[in-house]
Design a protein around this ligand. Structure first.
Ligand code: DAH
Length: 339
């Protein structure tokens, strides 16, 4: 029996298979219930006891060798089958395309980053507000047209509750909680009852800024906004302040920047004036400070507010505000940015 085992060992060592099926045939030939190796195990039961130890050992080795050899043959062919079927197991995985940030988020983050360099924190307030925080505490007289149903979305059951029309309401929320020095911006969504067109939407975004401390002057406001304009639109950008009126600032101004498209020469974006308006600003009215428990004899401050859509449209030369709210990926995909 030993001879036959050794003969089989040699046979197994020389085994070859040209396909996985052939290897399977070999498994059946040697290892199935009636296979050659299994037959030897049957015979093993009949040999003399004093031989069992020696024969048993070699027989077991034969079995292990046969199993290993046939498994190895199968594996080689399974691999090559994958290769010939066009499946490259070493190829890198398919990566999913990366999304991109919304252009309004990119510009909001960039604005926050610029003001962070000047020491401005970020705060936020509620979108559903009351008359007090949106108007009264900001010195809007009771009959001011901004309170008119035309501009403001009120909650039907309670005219005191409304959707904020500007982020200036967050100024009030912050002043209520904190005494100066106070230096922060307030980005957020605002709502106005306006007809939707290429230039206006009933939902848009603003960033409000507020700086209150001892000795804050109009020169500080001007320098802060000049820095912002140059950082946002390029070092060649010029600013121009025009006197204006807001109930909560005195004096008030509107700021223009030199046209981002023609650089000031005149084009259809700036309506051939060379300038485009980007924000409202001014020195916080002492009445606003006092009604929010900040002593206007000790402190002064400036404030400003800008529309994020407007800044984004100027920066990227986007002609229709509605594009921001359609979420068409062909539009959104064009904005790749570090912000
Ligand atoms: N809240 C004003 C608006 O929505 C913008 C504005 C103007 C904000 C002057 C200010 C400011 O803080 O000082 O039109």
């Amino acid at each position: 029996m030993l001879d036959r085992i050794n003969q089989l060992v040699e046979e197994i060592k020389a085994l070859q298979a040209s396909s996985a099926e052939e290897a399977e045939q070999l498994r059946i030939k040697y290892l199935s219930k009636k296979g050659l190796v299994s037959q030897l195990f049957d015979e093993f039961k009949t040999i003399a006891n004093d031989q069992k130890r020696e024969v048993g050992q070699v027989l077991n080795q034969l079995k292990v060798l046969t199993q290993d050899t046939i498994t190895a043959l199968k594996e080689t062919h399974e691999g090559s089958q994958a290769a010939t079927s066009g499946l490259d197991l070493s190829a890198p995985g398919v990566t999913l395309p990366l999304g991109s940030r919304h252009p309004l988020s990119i510009v909001k983050n960039e604005i926050a980053d610029i003001f962070a360099r000047l020491g401005f924190n970020i705060a936020e307030g509620p979108e559903i507000e009351d008359d007090y925080h949106v108007f009264t505490a900001l010195n809007f007289p009771p009959e001011h047209p901004a309170r008119d149903m035309q501009d403001t979305f009120f909650i039907a059951t309670n005219p005191d509750i409304l959707l904020r029309t500007h982020t200036s309401s967050v100024q009030v929320r912050v002043m209520e909680k904190q005494q100066p020095p106070l230096r922060a911006i307030f980005p957020g969504r605002v709502f106005r009852n306006e007809a939707i067109s290429a230039r206006a939407h009933c939902i848009f975004h603003q960033v409000e800024g507020l700086y209150i401390d001892k000795n804050v002057s109009f020169a500080d406001l001007k320098q802060t906004l000049l820095y912002f304009a140059k950082e946002m639109f390029g070092a060649d950008t010029k600013i121009r302040l025009r006197p204006s009126y807001f109930p909560f600032t005195e004096p008030s101004a509107e700021m223009d920047i030199s046209c981002t498209l023609c650089g000031g020469k005149g084009c259809n974006v700036c309506k051939y004036s060379g300038w485009v308006e980007i924000l409202g600003c001014g020195m916080v009215d002492p009445a606003v400070l006092d009604s929010n428990n900040i002593d206007s004899k000790t402190y002064t401050g400036f404030a400003f507010g800008m529309g994020i859509e407007r800044i984004t449209m100027l920066k990227y030369q986007i002609k229709d505000i509605r594009l921001f709210f359609e979420n068409d990926v062909r539009f959104l995909n064009q904005f790749k940015s570090a912000y």
